[in-house]
Design a protein around this ligand. Structure first.
Ligand code: GUN
Length: 287
């Protein structure tokens, strides 16, 4: 078994982004800017938002954090997003999900300018993903594909099984795997006899958020296992897959933490830099 070290790859990517941001600033241009919006005070979301903001500052980007109350009206939230759409220092806007009850994430995502939608959740970018048109790709799925490619793992022609059909991971990762010419099966909470599918996966991607729900007897010998699920139990972080149990059976596996999570943040920075280039360096040499 070998570990797919998302932490190490993310570090490498962040270092490249930092160098590029330095070059941009040395040219006398403004740095790329990311706005992170958190509505409410969910502790897990607070942690993610702080990590994203910190990563942004570490690579020299401008970062703006908006903390909004859970009882904010939809109109007021949309006003805040409208202001960020107009803000010339901001290239990327991220609204942390899930939103508190009563706020509709689809309406929020529809109101983020397509060219600032670094999460890739707006209907236009999500549609482009499925049409095979270049747009912003959601960060976790993009990070998973990058990790597989970096380690030279063949995707083409292999059977990829995705467990979970969320808009954040399951659906977009299935689309990206399909684009990479995998044969893709998507399983979800209503799938009967889940193990029948997971045990046939050459590449298994789990994105559910149920601690250790995927056991050793549910995976194929030599499979590649990507664990994109995280859940906290008594302060300890668990993945969807029982890593210790299956570690000797599979060929590659991502740890939790240190696998997919750091890649999500690295891809967010990459998308923000890309958005910046579209805004500022459109018709000039970016070097
Ligand atoms: N919640 C969990 N993952 C994500 C993500 O990648 N982006 C946003 N906006 N919210 C999330």
């Amino acid at each position: 078994m070998q570990v797919l070290d998302g932490q190490a790859l993310a570090k490498k990517i962040r270092a490249c982004i930092k160098e590029e941001v330095q070059r941009i600033v040395q040219m006398g241009k403004r740095p790329p800017g990311l706005a992170v919006v958190l509505v409410g005070d969910d502790p897990a979301s607070q942690l993610y938002v702080n990590m994203k903001e910190k990563a942004c500052r570490q690579v020299g980007m401008y970062s703006k954090k908006l903390l909004l109350p859970a009882d904010i009206s939809e109109a007021e939230l949309l006003d805040n997003i409208g202001a960020l759409n107009e803000d010339e220092k901001i290239d990327g806007i991220l609204v942390q999900l899930p939103l508190p009850n009563g706020l509709n994430e689809h309406i929020v995502n529809e109101n983020i300018n397509e060219d600032k939608d670094v999460d890739g959740f707006s209907p236009v970018n999500f549609g482009k993903l499925h049409l095979g048109i270049k747009g912003f790709e959601p960060c976790t799925p993009k990070g998973i594909i990058r990790l597989l490619k970096e380690y030279g793992i063949q995707i083409r022609g292999r059977h990829a099984v995705v467990v979970g059909r969320s808009n954040i991971v399951g659906k977009p990762v299935a689309a990206l795997l399909l684009r990479e010419n995998a044969t893709v099966t998507v399983c979800h909470s209503k799938t009967e006899n889940l193990a029948e599918y997971t045990s046939k996966a050459d590449i298994l991607v789990s994105a559910v958020g149920k601690p250790h729900m995927i056991k050793k007897d549910m995976v194929k010998e030599g499979a590649v296992v990507i664990d994109a699920g995280t859940s906290k139990v008594d302060g300890k972080l668990y993945g969807d897959c029982d890593y210790e149990e299956m570690v000797d059976k599979v060929s590659w596996i991502t740890p939790v933490p240190g696998g997919v999570g750091p890649m999500t943040i690295a891809m967010l920075l990459e998308n923000t830099l890309e958005a910046y280039k579209r805004h500022v360096l459109k018709n000039t040499d970016s070097q």
